[in-house]
Design a protein around this ligand. Structure first.
Ligand code: ANZ
Length: 823
């Protein structure tokens, strides 16, 4: 008796256990097949997975399976970004230690990922919170330190008052904490930095290599790095020895300067402010002290106060007042700006407010005379009122004025970057300890490599106030590696983005205890061919990882490509009831309930089918039910025929006896072609492939009813599990086994599309002689008249009618009819 209902629960569990036992998805290090490394961004083990996560992993899994079935040695690993604040917050709120909290979350999420039938090589699993991993995080820190790329300095930093820690600039974008959304404050603290600015040029230039990345992400990185070319030159200060250097990208507007603006932290401020203005300037500067950069520049109105001092424009020799302002940044360019209200938005606003002159020096193209400006003119044009430079185009003037300043020894051409060094110290517990000690005699001293790892103590009190490690004397009290005398250990831990900047290398060689990875092995796997993850990491993880990889390259620890991720795919979000899934909205659909109710394969098919993967998709009841029906129909169409199918070779295309069989063969090969095209193009629009699979199953069902003995049917049943395997791996495996195959279907080769099967339906050409039908000819569509005539003359019934007569006329209706008029 054929089984008619598909017991997805039993079948899915059975195969998951079998795959695990057989290590079906093992990636082989030295293998003659070409390699393919597909990676989803490693998750933070927050506790529970929902179907939104499943969308991400299902796409990666379908890609990995397609590539494996196309003959690649596929590396598809999974691990845990396991350090970070939520574990510490759980400790504060619920009194559980971060370590067991994290470990039980990992265990649960791993169980859920297995439930999803995702084919990871679990032998390579990593968790960044284990000493075996963070040992190498510390080691990398020391190598950066050796090269002067890790350093400690006092600087104004972003402080999150809620998370009680400092943040990198990338983590305080928009003036708010990336984790909790609270506005960040500014504090002067001594902190550890990684010198990502040393790589600014290369990080920018190499964006050109990343053709397989979404343009949007490349643009975000370009803007974040923010290269700008300009001129740096000095203004003298009247009655004072101080000089004020400015950086400008618009030296062509130098004759339009009507004031100078300096930052509240400018080092020359004290020297130039006049006695009369000292008190008011101090009050203004004090009012800005706790304001972050973003608050000052974006949230506050442009403001400033006169210092009482004047500067002399070295080219126009004009005397202009100097203001302290909230909008000039201390840490960009020189911290001082020449104010040109006629041609800059901020300067215009500032000049209006303070009643400063607005002197136009650039005329828009095509205008003759200067008219009063009611808005700044920002574009290119022709110079006016600019001494020798009057009449020049602004573009030419930029170059000529730069030459003049250089020739006079007053300035130079400079390049500035917006990107700042990466602040990596965190005053938190659950992170990698920074391997540094402080000795009274020898000062800041790195921990020797053979003493790594500096292990995070487990006995700590986590209160959320101050750095927990600072209160653990057994941790703090150390020996100086140089003199053996007493020393104090660094109590800051590293930003968790440090661990995730190189984890993709560790997957290649995850159990190495002698070094972070062996070059021979990483050379085999790197770079990651296809990276899959959310766009929210555009200027965080994706930038940091590129920086690290370039550093590793310079050190000779990786070779070949200088970029870690050849292609990047940003998948779209999954919504439910029109909103992003989240606990607070109460619209989360968990993995366990979904898998139990609908089955994994149905869930996977729905997640891939609803929209192209980069689009936002809505979870709907009809949608998932549609895929449940698909799985059941496929089962009912195939299962009763497995034995007959096993007897039919899939190596050869059977011939179709009628239009229905022909249509089924077409559907089979259209599905194959779609899956292969979507993979090789790296578009991954498997939604179209699954639509083809619907037609495939329709064809199977129809033919099974009408002609269950059909060889074409048996062939199509035999091929079906191969075609569906990357998308519904359990269903595929079960049918395959029932056909008598012993090895896993996931090790089989994906079928090739057959052009004969795909050829468009033939047309029937009717041939008449003097209006009477004498033959019907099957032919490919698109016949021209000459070919139609040739075909007609090959028909005995036609030739017999023409015999001995003359063809007077040919009437041809393309692809339908040829009438020969004879007499
Ligand atoms: C005069 C001027 C005239 C400017 C004009 C622009 C237009 P990017 O492209 O962002 O590098 N600037 C320089 N240092 C600054 C600082 N520390 N804080 C705030 N603003 C600063 O822009 C460079 C321009 O930003 C410079 O060119 C300077 O204003 C301003 F019609 O100089 B400009």
């Amino acid at each position: 008796m054929a089984e008619t209902s598909y017991d997805f629960l039993a079948i899915e569990r059975k195969w998951q256990a079998r795959w695990e036992r057989d290590e079906t998805y093992r990636a082989v290090d030295d293998d003659p097949r070409p390699k393919y490394y597909v990676l989803e961004m490693l998750p933070y083990p927050s506790g529970d997975l929902h179907v939104g996560h499943a969308k991400n992993y299902t796409l990666g899994d379908a890609v990995a399976r397609m590539m494996r079935m196309q003959g690649y040695d596929v590396l598809h690993p999974m691990g845990w970004d396991a350090f970070g604040l939520p574990a510490e917050n759980a400790a504060i709120q619920r009194g559980v230690h971060p370590a067991p909290w994290t470990e039980s979350n990992i265990a649960n999420m791993k169980r859920q990922i297995r439930l999803m039938g995702t084919g990871y090589d679990w032998r390579r699993e990593i968790a960044t919170c284990f000493p075996e991993y963070y040992h190498w995080n510390q080691w990398i820190f020391l190598q950066l330190y050796k090269q002067g790329l890790a350093y400690k300095r006092e600087a104004p930093v972003n402080w999150c008052p809620v998370d009680m820690t400092v943040l990198a600039n990338e983590q305080a974008e928009g003036g708010v904490c990336w984790r909790c959304g609270s506005p960040v404050e500014r504090r002067n603290l001594s902190q550890w930095f990684f010198k990502i600015t040393a790589y600014a040029d290369r990080l920018l230039d190499d964006l050109a290599l990343l053709e397989g990345w979404p343009e949007r992400i490349r643009t975000m990185q370009r803007n974040w790095i923010g290269r700008s070319e300009g001129v740096t030159f000095a203004f003298a200060v009247e009655n004072n020895d101080a000089r004020l250097s400015v950086f400008t990208t618009r030296i062509d507007t130098v004759f339009g300067v009507t004031y100078m603006a300096i930052s509240a932290e400018h080092s020359a401020l004290d020297a130039i402010v006049t006695k009369k203005h000292r008190q008011s300037v101090k009050e203004f500067v004090d009012s800005l002290k706790s304001k972050s950069e973003l608050e000052r520049t974006s949230l506050m109105e442009k403001d400033g106060i006169f210092t009482g001092a004047y500067a002399i424009n070295p080219l126009s020799h004009e005397r202009v007042p100097i203001f302290v302002t909230n909008y000039v940044l201390a840490e960009y360019g020189t911290g001082a700006v020449m104010g040109v209200p006629a041609h800059d938005e901020r300067d215009f606003e500032f000049a209006r407010k303070h009643g400063l002159p607005i002197a136009q020096v650039i005329l828009p193209p095509g205008t003759a005379a200067e008219a009063p400006l009611d808005a700044p003119y920002l574009d290119e044009g022709r110079l006016i009122a600019s001494g020798d430079f009057t009449g020049m185009s602004s573009q030419r003037a930029r170059s000529a004025l730069a030459d003049r300043l250089v020739a006079l020894g007053l300035g130079e051409r400079t390049v500035n970057f917006k990107i700042r060094d990466w602040l990596i110290s965190r005053q938190r517990y659950w992170g990698t300890p920074i391997p540094i000690v402080y000795c009274d005699e020898h000062g800041e001293t790195p921990v020797p490599e053979d003493e790594l790892p500096v292990v995070l103590p487990s006995d700590v009190r986590i209160t959320g106030e101050g750095s927990p490690l600072a209160h653990v004397p057994e941790f703090v009290n150390a020996r100086c590696p140089k003199c053996g005398g007493p020393a104090r250990r660094e109590t800051d831990t590293m930003d968790t983005f440090v661990e995730s900047s190189w984890y993709y290398l560790r997957y290649c060689d995850p159990r190495n205890s002698a070094e972070p990875w062996q070059r021979r092995i990483t050379n085999n796997w790197m770079p990651v061919d296809q990276y899959i993850g959310g766009a929210e990491h555009a200027v965080l993880h994706l930038l940091y990882s590129r920086f690290f990889y370039k550093f590793f390259h310079d050190e000779g620890w990786v070779s070949g490509e200088t970029e870690p991720f050849t292609r990047l795919f940003n998948q779209g979000m999954l919504l439910r009831f029109g909103e992003k899934m989240s606990k607070s909205r109460g619209n989360v659909l968990g993995i366990d309930e979904t898998v139990e109710r609908y089955g994994v394969d149905a869930m996977r098919l729905f997640l891939l089918y609803a929209t192209p993967p980069e689009d936002t998709m809505e979870w709907t009841e009809e949608g998932i039910n549609g895929r449940v029906r698909f799985v059941n129909r496929a089962w009912r169409a195939c299962e009763p025929f497995v034995e007959r199918a096993a007897g039919v070779s899939i190596a050869e295309l059977p011939s179709a006896a009628d239009a229905e069989e022909k249509a089924l063969l077409r559907a089979v090969h259209a599905a194959i072609k779609s899956a292969i095209d979507e993979t090789t193009s790296r578009r991954f629009h498997f939604n179209t492939t699954i639509a083809r699979l619907d037609e495939y199953v329709n064809g199977l069902t129809g033919l099974a009813q009408r002609n269950p003995e059909s060889t074409v049917l048996a062939y199509a049943v035999h091929v079906f599990p191969l075609v569906v395997a990357p998308f519904a791996p359990h269903l595929a495996e079960e049918l395959w086994e029932r056909m008598g195959h012993r090895a896993s279907i996931h090790m089989e080769r994906y079928p090739q599309p057959d052009p004969h099967a795909l050829a468009v339906e033939e047309i029937t050409l009717v041939v008449q002689v003097n209006g009477k039908i004498r033959a019907r000819v099957q032919a490919e569509p698109g016949l021209n008249e000459a070919t139609a005539f040739e075909l007609a003359m090959g028909q005995p019934g036609v030739v017999a009618q023409i015999d001995g007569k003359q063809i007077r006329k040919r009437i041809y209706v393309p692809d339908k009819l040829l009438n020969l008029v004879v007499s």
